[in-house]
Design a protein around this ligand. Sequence first.
Ligand code: DGY
Length: 322
Amino acid sequence: MSDRPRVVVTRRLPQPVEDELMRLFDARLNPDDEPLSAEELKQAIASADALLPTVTDRVTAEVLGAPRRTRIIANFGVGYNNIDVEAARAQGIAVTNTPGALTDCTADLAMTLLLSVARRAGEGERHLREGSWTGWRPTHMMGTKVTGKTLGIIGLGRIGQAVARRAHHGFGMRILYHNRTPVPDEQIAGLDAEFRSLEDLLAESDFVSLHCPATPDTRQMINASTLELMKPGAFLINSARGDVVDEAALVDALRSGALAGAGLDVYEGEPAVTPALVEMDNVVLLPHLGSATTETRVAMGMRAVANLQAFFNGDPPPDRVA
Ligand code: DGY
């Protein structure tokens, strides 16, 4: 029997991360990569010192209320709305995440969505692949110019700031932002970013990009009433969490032409996507790829490992959120 801490890892992780977990811990990997059921999660926390879950695991109060040995949950991801953090805190279980590791790649993906939907890249690619392209013509697939437009960022944390830098320095965009509290000037130097109320940001922005966490306060923040405030012909980009957007209301706004398009990487009922969105050519849909680069996924895993190591060495885990 191993005297190393037992860690249940709920999904396959990049090989170097799994190797490191095996080297340091009594790691129980998931070679089949099947998501764990609530029952399996309960068994995991009953038998392991630590759980290393991902966004696809619902670590609910019920799961955490079951008999347990687990003392730390090291989430693989910066967003941790998959974990009932209040319940974990009440049970004295530490929770950590992986901030920083995925900032650049998630910001790159938000720009991918923004550019793709504005310039009709997905639609154009489908058109070409299905053999419908008959050649260049001046009025073919005219999209919307991005350079110099106004980008409204909701949630100017690490990822929101990285998007703002790309948009402002790379595409000359004017940056507006809405945040729980205004961000200190020195943190956003050179961006000329202007704070706005949510209402004003929606009314003034040509593109609105969501970068806030999923919390009870942000749940369906983009709904029928707030969509109505958006500038006619604007675009919505969501690479944060599906919970922030009421997808049915978004479909209505796209159908009526109030919005010109949307670029989405995350969904309310992931991996299910509202079927009407799949039918729309002015919507770019990606399968939650924000952090999906080899470099970033390895870095996220190593960060989770560092949190576990610190905890079991008796040190404060660097990314403790509860
Ligand atoms: C994150 O880190 O939040 C990604 O969306 C995966 O969970």
